[in-house]
Write a protein that binds this ligand. Structure first.
Ligand SMILES: NC(=O)c1ccc[n+]([C@@H]2O[C@H](COP(=O)([O-])OP(=O)(O)OC[C@H]3O[C@@H](n4cnc5c(N)ncnc54)[C@H](O)[C@@H]3O)[C@@H](O)[C@H]2O)c1
Length: 369
């Protein structure tokens, strides 16, 4: 039985959700029943491109289309209320990361999902990157021995906060927008929740552009297992950088180590803009991350979307299909990033902000509830 899915928020990343589900619809694996956004012009473009019914009110969309599952790709600080309304309507929910920018919000969503017996999934797509899966699986099979320490970084080019998120960049930070990806990844690979955090942040470049948020945040995350990870997140890389995201991770244990450059995966290019409407590659020398997202054409010339950015969203529709066919949430346990995983990543982010406000002091993550 194919799940009927709707999307709320059709902006830059909401389009990935539309690509993911429209692909599944073509393959007969899901039905894309509606998209909601407040921006009428954007909504009209997306509705036409993805052949989906458009709504300016998500409440109306829920009433009219009665979807089995809804994915939410609104700005970080707007997830909570929308998710709670969807859950109270008895609908399974996928929320873009971060689940919420408060631990209370995450807990409210988890409670609502649990009381309704509903799926609450978080789009932590880094778990679907085959290199990260390998790190996770090697760690789970003991190939590192005991994990001792690691380092992870994620840096966006400056156009992300300055242009793409210009309406709400000042309402978030690199720890919420990027850091939660790493906090979830570290917990998942090391198989341990966080114990404490110390962090520092700097505000210079974006403030000079009139956007009051951090440029960069460095956090050390100590896990209950005794391992510790250093993380760097920032979103002020110069426009000339070869990728819109620069990222990598390394993990060292008592008996093994692994490091992955998840930005430069071996392909380098310097190309003219595509003329067939496909997303444009950047100018100058580029190292595209084709593992994250790739658009190609099938034999009939229709778009085909692939990559772990697409698969992690599609996993939600697969899970909903499983549930409406009579499967249980228990069958799916530990196969996806759950509401609890979203909460644990948000707890680390809350601790990071508290530590920065206290000049880098050590903050106990258990006190963030
Ligand atoms: N997984 C990832 O790699 C990734 C990457 C980028 C963004 N994101 C996340 O995706 C979410 C959206 O980010 P974005 O970059 O697409 O932002 P965006 O600003 O481009 O899009 C957000 C959209 O939500 C719409 N919206 C706001 N309130 C709404 C409401 N009440 N009803 C319907 N629509 C509403 C806005 O009109 C806008 O079009 C954020 O949580 C962000 O952190 C995830």
């Amino acid at each position: 039985m194919a799940a009927r899915i709707a999307v709320i928020g059709a902006g830059a990343f909401g389009e990935m959700h539309l690509r993911a589900f429209s692909q599944m619809q073509r393959d007969g694996r899901a039905e894309l029943v509606g998209v909601a956004d407040l921006d009428e012009a954007l909504l009209a473009r997306r509705a036409e491109q993805y052949g989906v019914k458009a709504f300016t009110s998500y409440q109306q969309m829920i009433e009219e289309t009665r979807p089995d599952g809804i994915s939410i790709a609104t700005p970080d600080h707007l997830h909570r209320e929308i998710a709670l309304q969807c859950l109270s309507a008895g609908i399974h929910v996928l929320v873009e990361k971060p689940l919420d920018v408060s631990t209370e919000g995450c807990q409210e969503m988890i409670a609502a999902a649990e009381s309704g017996g509903l799926l609450l999934q978080v789009d932590f797509h880094k778990r679907y990157d085959p290199y990260h899966r390998e790190l996770h699986d090697m760690a789970a099979s003991g190939c590192f021995g005991e994990i001792l320490y690691g380092y992870a970084y994620m840096e966006d080019r400056i156009e992300v906060p300055r242009d793409w998120l210009r309406k709400w960049a000042a309402q978030t930070t690199p720890a919420w927008f990027l850091g939660v990806h790493l906090f979830d990844l570290i917990r998942w690979i090391a198989g341990s929740d966080a114990q404490s955090v110390s962090a520092t942040g700097v505000k210079k470049k974006l403030v000079s552009l009139g956007i009051d948020t951090y440029d960069a945040i460095q956090a050390k995350v100590m896990l209950r297992s005794g391992a510790s990870f250093s993380t760097d997140v920032s979103w002020v890389l110069p426009e000339g950088h070869e990728g819109v995201v620069n990222q990598g991770i390394r993990v060292t244990g008592t008996d093994g180590m692994m490091e992955v450059d998840t930005q430069d995966r071996g392909a380098r290019c310097c190309l003219r803009k595509p003329t067939d409407g496909r997303p444009q590659v950047g100018s100058g020398m580029q190292t595209p991350n084709l593992g994250f997202f790739r658009e190609s054409r099938d034999k009939l010339g229709r778009p085909r979307y692939s990559g772990y950015g697409i698969e992690s969203i599609q996993d939600f529709a697969e899970n909903v299909s499983h549930l409406i066919a009579g499967g249980s949430l228990n069958d799916l346990r530990n196969t996806y990033a759950s509401g609890r995983d979203g909460l644990e990543a948000s707890r680390i982010a809350v601790a990071v902000h508290r530590s920065m406000e206290a000049g880098g002091a050590l903050v106990d993550v258990s006190r963030t509830l």
